[in-house]
Design a protein around this ligand. Structure first.
Ligand SMILES: *Cc1c(COP(=O)(O)O)cnc(C)c1O
Length: 446
């Protein structure tokens, strides 16, 4: 494979080590990393897109223009029976399809359970179960202070500039927007959002999400970012984008140079499976980091995609190798058309339990549920506090062993809350439920 930088002025992130400013973020890419061993994906690219030059392939505009958006087209790349084709055509009248050639080439066409496929290719269950859930589970439309701006938390706002994305994720929280076609907020609408932020001095953090803000041209994005940067009380700007995952070629030097002029800017991206952490994706994260833009990851817990300790651990470890910090693991919102991808909250808690202590703490995300009706995010944790008094706590470690932990003197615990029926709540007696033999070995150490 030719490395993404080999032949194109559009992909110039690591042009030569001499051009690179010294980086304190990490060592530079080595040759071995720039020329990854041929993976299934690169072989597949050659097979599926034999006539596409490296110049085109690595040009994000080519990737964007050539997104696969019909079942007809898709059937050239993935084997689909006639019945599947007609059923999926029906699905796309309600929930359209869009996938980049790059992301499509990561799919193993012979595996119907492929985690990349399940995130990008429609499923009949989207319409079969469409009655379940809400259109707008987070009540964003009702809660917008001006169109496109949600001010739910005291010091930060969410700004949605467009509903266009490089790929339409099947588990999208804003699936409701898909039927409105692609829209981008016009100048007057953006000005209204900026006006609100200017008038609200408490807003110190602006999250630009979407739709994907990197679908805007770098010039247009710069207009918005520079206007935000001109507001004295806006301390940080965050971009929520899936481009590093689905179209990493977008993260070119032009974009990174622009972002580096308006820092502190943080990027939150959205990897859900270790198979997405390709050399191209890693390189796009590396470019952002070198531009002084920290990259964090927000994954969504998805049934049959990443709902096991093994898959999630592999993902989080791959992210750390890419120098990307796992930030949130989201419970999948109750969005219409995503019911088949949702799993229980308990599954998420068990996954966290399988990560904490078992792998680098840096690789353990916070598990959050974004409450319906605009209740906001709550973080959920495995229960490690077995019991608690003013003198001491009994805590469970990652192996299931119990330890006493002494409080400093003079601690007063809040009074137990009265339950509705007049009794007081109490801590349930602790039971080990791991079923792995540790029950017998559980000890309390003084
Ligand atoms: C998630 C979210 C934010 C950012 O939340 P953090 O917990 O600070 O990452 C801000 N506004 C809205 C409306 C959100 O949904």
């Amino acid at each position: 494979m030719n490395s993404p930088r080999s032949d194109s002025s559009l992909s110039c992130g690591l042009a030569s080590s001499a051009d690179q400013p010294p980086s304190f973020f990490s060592r530079p890419f080595t040759e071995a990393e720039e020329e990854p061993p041929s993976t299934g994906a690169t072989a597949r690219r050659k097979k599926l897109f034999p006539l596409v030059s490296d110049l085109d392939w690595n040009n994000w505009k080519w990737q964007f223009r050539n997104r696969i958006t019909s079942i007809e087209e898709l059937s050239h790349y993935l084997p689909l029976s006639a019945k599947d084709q007609s059923r999926l055509k029906l699905v796309t009248t309600k929930y359209p399809l869009a996938v980049t050639p790059y992301y499509l080439s990561l799919i193993d066409p012979l595996d119907p359970e492929d985690p990349i496929r399940k995130q990008s290719i429609p499923s009949f269950q989207e319409v079969a179960l469409a009655g379940m859930g809400f259109e707008d589970p987070l009540d964003e439309a009702r809660e917008s202070v001006v169109p496109g701006l949600v001010h739910r938390y005291p010091d930060r706002v969410l700004m949605v500039l467009t509903d266009i994305c490089a790929m339409l994720c099947r588990h999208c929280t804003r699936k409701r927007e898909w039927r409105h076609g692609g829209w981008v907020r016009d100048e007057a609408q953006v000005e209204a959002m900026l006006g609100y932020i200017r008038a609200h001095k408490e807003v110190r953090d602006v999250v630009i999400s979407g739709g994907d803000p990197l679908t805007l041209s770098t010039r247009r994005l710069e207009q918005v970012i520079s206007a935000l940067r001109a507001i004295a009380h806006v301390e940080i700007i965050r971009l929520g984008t899936r481009f590093p995952v689905v179209l990493p070629q977008r993260v070119d030097q032009e974009l990174c140079d622009m972002l580096s002029r308006y820092g502190p800017i943080w990027v939150n991206t959205h990897f859900n499976h270790a198979r997405e952490v390709t050399p191209e994706a890693m390189q796009s994260c590396d470019r952002l980091l070198r531009a002084g833009v920290p990259v964090n990851n927000q994954s969504v817990l998805l049934k049959g995609i990443n709902d096991s300790v093994a898959v999630m651990k592999a993902l989080c470890q791959a992210l750390l190798r890419a120098k990307v910090r796992p930030y949130y693991l989201y419970q999948c919102d109750e969005v219409q058309g995503t019911e088949h991808l949702r799993t229980s909250v308990e599954t998420g808690i068990k996954i966290l339990e399988g990560l904490r202590g078992h792998t680098s703490g840096l690789g353990v995300p916070t598990f959050v549920v974004d409450l319906p009706h605009g209740g906001g995010k709550v973080s959920l944790q495995p229960e490690y506090v077995v019991s608690q008094t003013e003198e001491e706590l009994v805590l469970r470690n990652y192996q299931g062993y119990l330890y006493r932990y002494r409080n400093p003197r003079g601690v007063t615990l809040p009074k137990p809350k009265a339950k509705p029926n007049g009794t007081t709540a109490r801590v349930e007696p602790f039971r080990l439920s791991r079923g792995d033999g540790n029950e017998d070995r559980a000890i309390i150490r003084p």
